[in-house]
Design a protein around this ligand. Structure first.
Ligand code: NAG
Ligand code: NAG
Ligand code: NAG
Ligand code: NAG
Length: 436
């Protein structure tokens, strides 16, 4: 009797002092997380606090990933872990089909009468099945200038994965943070939890020693010395690929990835001749252009690669820039001796990705096109995707860095800035000093 009463009392105390319960009434307007660039894998990593007690979980940022998945097999300890019960609202939100049992001792990731999804390691293109679950996540709010008070989502939905799914990811990470266009992607869950706009913005740092940033919610998104990158964005429609591009998925599921409509490509403002049918998505979901944070460099279908690099080489030659042997994975490299340095990176021909109209384009200068592979050699940071790839153009990490990309899920629109280098700032200039 006495022990029962003290147990009850302990519960009562826990209830009163529990920080996550106290914070439920706090409604942030936006949230912020840091993004580091891993020097050895070139993956972009973030950290989110999860579980009770809270622990920081390092995750690979997967822009087109369908949800957050974490390794539940190793070191998952939490008093607030709850598997999603078969046929529950959580299962249908997660798009989970079927119910399952687990034939070993119960633990996070292994429970009976639960539903499952297929967590996807989009770096190695490996998928497996995993229990849908919920647990507390906690992250900092922001006014767009600094991080502020911590906000918690008590029942954040994610998928459990076995430890082996981490193979190929940066060391120390415990899973992937999917920012894709699904109901349980991070952007939609945070927007639903705090009733803010279904918008998020990504600003990747080019430095492996200074963090970039992801904002959930609307701007401002301010970088030192006081530049609001949410102003002066160029907009283009986000396109839905009707066929999932995940490694494994339920039939009929559209892709959670972000596609945009490139209509042509220019090098030094001259249009490159391309097979334009590769630029649209066909009924099988093949073709088109997507944006990816798991590909370190833009990947072009073979004929597009050939056309763009030939134009680039000839424009470079006209600038007296001499070509040297390729250095894998790059086929097109130059001697740096005649390349001038500019505020926007190496002084090389510009590459324009032309969108819905001739005057709407994504311009790529040297800082976003060239990779210094040695003191004397700079390579064009685009790789050859071979013939018949699933997606013709995959805009990768190098081409995204030091630009702000804002994804608006409600209006299905991408806003992108010109390189922030042109405004004397970078994605590493968010002021991470809390003003809470
Ligand atoms: C699930 O149920 C089966 C059969 O009743 C049982 O053998 C197994 O131990 C249970 N697993 C868990 C994780 O509870
Ligand atoms: C253009 O690409 C489409 C789609 O891959 C292909 O079917 C067609 O043969 C290509 N056309 C030319 C002229 O190469
Ligand atoms: C081109 O490069 C060569 C050798 O690097 C140099 O001698 C020459 O002066 C350059 N010409 C121009 C027009 O810059
Ligand atoms: C960063 O933010 C903190 C907190 O508001 C402020 O005290 C500090 O001056 C800011 N740093 C810079 C360089 O402006």
């Amino acid at each position: 009797m006495a022990s029962l009463r003290s147990f009850f009392f302990a519960c009562l105390l826990l209830y009163i002092s529990s920080p996550s319960l106290g914070q439920q009434s706090f409604r942030p307007k936006a949230l912020v997380i840091p993004v580091a660039k891993d020097a050895s894998t070139l993956q972009y990593l973030t950290t989110i606090d999860q579980r009770t007690p809270l622990v920081p979980i390092d995750l690979v940022v997967d822009l087109g990933g369908r949800f957050m998945w974490v390794d539940c097999e190793r070191d998952y300890v939490s008093s607030t872990y709850r598997p999603a019960r078969c046929r529950s609202a959580q299962c249908s939100l997660a798009g989970a089909d079927g119910c399952g049992d687990c034939f070993s001792a119960p633990r996070p990731g292994c429970n009976n009468n639960t539903c499952g999804v297929t967590p996807d390691n989009s770096v190695t293109h490996t998928a497996t099945s995993g229990e849908v679950a919920q647990d507390v996540v906690s992250l900092q709010s922001t006014d767009g200038r600094n991080p502020g008070r911590v906000a918690s989502v008590p029942r954040f939905l994610f998928a459990c994965a076995p430890t082996f799914l981490l193979q190929g990811l940066a060391s120390g990470v415990a899973g992937m943070a999917g920012l894709g266009r699904t109901r349980i992607g991070l952007p939609s869950q945070f927007a639903a939890a705090f009733s803010f706009h279904r918008k998020f913005a990504v600003c990747l740092s080019s430095s492996t020693s200074a963090n970039g940033v992801i904002f959930f919610g609307d701007g401002p998104y301010v970088f030192l010395p006081g530049i609001d990158a949410s102003q002066s964005l160029t907009y283009t429609p986000l396109i839905i690929n009707p066929v999932s591009t995940a490694s494994a998925f339920p039939m009929g599921e559209p892709s959670a990835e972000y596609f945009i409509g490139i209509k042509s490509i220019k090098v030094n403002e001259k249009t490159v001749s391309l097979n334009t049918s590769l630029l649209s998505i066909d009924s099988q979901g093949v073709g088109g252009t997507k944006i990816s944070t798991v590909d370190p460099y833009t990947v072009l279908e073979a004929s597009i690669f050939k056309a763009v690099t030939e134009a680039f080489i000839s424009e470079a030659a006209a600038m007296n820039i001499s070509r040297v042997a390729g250095v894998a994975p790059f086929e097109v490299c130059f001697s740096s001796s005649n390349i001038l340095g500019t505020r926007l990176g190496a002084g090389v021909p510009s590459i324009d990705l032309v969108l819905q109209k001739q005057d709407v384009f994504w311009r790529i200068f040297g800082a976003n096109s060239m990779v210094e592979v040695s003191r004397d050699v700079l390579c064009l940071g685009f790789v050859n995707g071979g013939s018949n790839p699933r997606t013709s153009i995959v805009i990768g990490g190098l081409q995204l860095e030091d630009k702000l990309l804002q994804f608006d899920l409600a209006t299905s629109r991408l806003g992108f800035s010109a390189t922030l280098l042109g405004r004397q700032t970078t994605c590493a200039n968010f002021n991470f000093t809390s003003n809470a």
